[in-house]
Design a protein around this ligand. Structure first.
Ligand code: UDP
Ligand code: MG
Length: 324
């Protein structure tokens, strides 16, 4: 999408594209850019790898776009894509990957929770191991995170990995460095409901994991709350597993068998001892249970139907307002 502006004799140097999704990150971007420049210098001098930046402004309402434009004016290696509204981080990542031209592409958060200083090490690893196409990161601990959130996060990974054939790595961050063919594979998945942790794993290839300590945000605040995380988890499960659907059929079948045994029991008992009316409360309980289960199964079915509905509209994943 962009012409590469590689200065002078560096024409055969390889390029690393750094993709950064930004949503209201006016405070973080200058810090991020300063920090990443250090890594870029090291990459250029030691590994002869040029860096281009692809910032994706995900419909920010603060001065993020102005800051990006200023950076673009100062540094020709900076590019930006600005969305017409907030489309979410997953869409921003997709747009960034599409706009990236590099032989390698790295994705980083703007808040410096993903240390850019790891980039040279990642490229070195990919250079040294031709059979690997991706270096990803995971955090060793969830220190600094609310306990309730860690608990639910752990539970989520346990559940999804039981259900899904695609492995979803616990604690894996979206910070990773990929080769061109890995990126092309990721881009070939054009679904609207993008659950990156699943997509990165689904495309296959070998991925090497580096662990590091959880780092607090440099500035601004996290855009996640409990509800958005819950939605994200359901997205992940529905996107990468159909086990919940199978579950409802199994529960349904089980209850049919149970009911059949119950009918036989009641009929035999009525024939032997007569049929005095009793047991209203227990009946109501059973009716409520059955009704609940039916609605639950309908809900599960609805989740999948809704996703199918959205995908079938084939809407674009994002709309660009401006780029440079
Ligand atoms: N982000 C985005 N669109 C959104 C929400 C977040 O592009 O709708 C970006 C955000 O600017 C940051 C990254 O995604 O660069 C991670 O967001 P955040 O730090 O809020 O998430 P956390 O690190 O808490 O998981
Ligand atoms: Mg963050």
């Amino acid at each position: 999408m962009y012409e590469q502006e590689i200065p002078g004799d560096a024409a055969h140097e390889r390029v690393l594209s750094i993709v950064v999704p930004c949503y209201n990150e006016e405070e973080s971007i200058p810090l991020f850019y300063r920090e990443t420049r250090k890594a870029a210098n090291e990459l250029r001098q030691r590994l002869r790898v040029q860096v281009e930046y692809v910032f994706v402004d995900d419909g920010s309402t603060d001065s993020t776009l102005d800051i990006l434009k200023k950076l673009r004016a100062q540094d020709k290696q900076v590019h930006y894509v600005s969305f017409s509204r907030n489309f979410g981080k997953e869409s921003a990542l997709y747009a960034g990957l599409r706009a990236a031209n590099g032989d390698f592409v790295a994705t980083l958060d703007a808040d410096l929770q993903d240390p850019p200083s790891l980039l040279p090490q990642m490229i070195e690893f990919l250079d040294g191991h031709a059979d690997y196409d991706c270096v990803a990161t995971r955090r060793e601990t969830r220190r600094g995170e609310p306990i309730v959130r860690s608990f639910f996060a752990r539970m989520f990974y346990r559940i999804i990995n039981r259900m899904s054939e695609t492995e979803i790595v616990d604690g894996a961050r979206d910070f990773r460095c990929m080769t061109r063919r890995f990126v092309d594979a990721v881009l070939s998945l054009k679904e609207v409901n993008r659950f990156s942790k699943g997509i990165f794993s689904w495309v296959g290839f070998k991925t090497h994991y580096i662990s590091y300590e959880n780092v607090e945000r440099a500035a601004g605040k996290s855009k996640w709350n409990f509800l958005s995380l819950l939605k994200y988890s359901i997205e992940g499960i529905v996107g990468f597993s159909i086990v919940p659907l199978v579950f409802s059929s199994i529960i349904g079948l089980l209850f049919c068998l149970l009911a059949f045994a119950g009918i036989v029991f009641v009929v035999v008992r009525a024939m032997m001892f007569g049929d005095p009316v009793a047991g209203w409360p227990s009946m109501i309980c059973v009716i409520l249970l059955m009704g609940g289960l039916q609605l639950f199964s309908l809900g599960v079915l609805g989740e999948y139907l809704a996703k199918t509905y959205i995908e079938s509209k084939d809407r674009p994943i994002y709309v660009v307002a401006e780029e440079g």
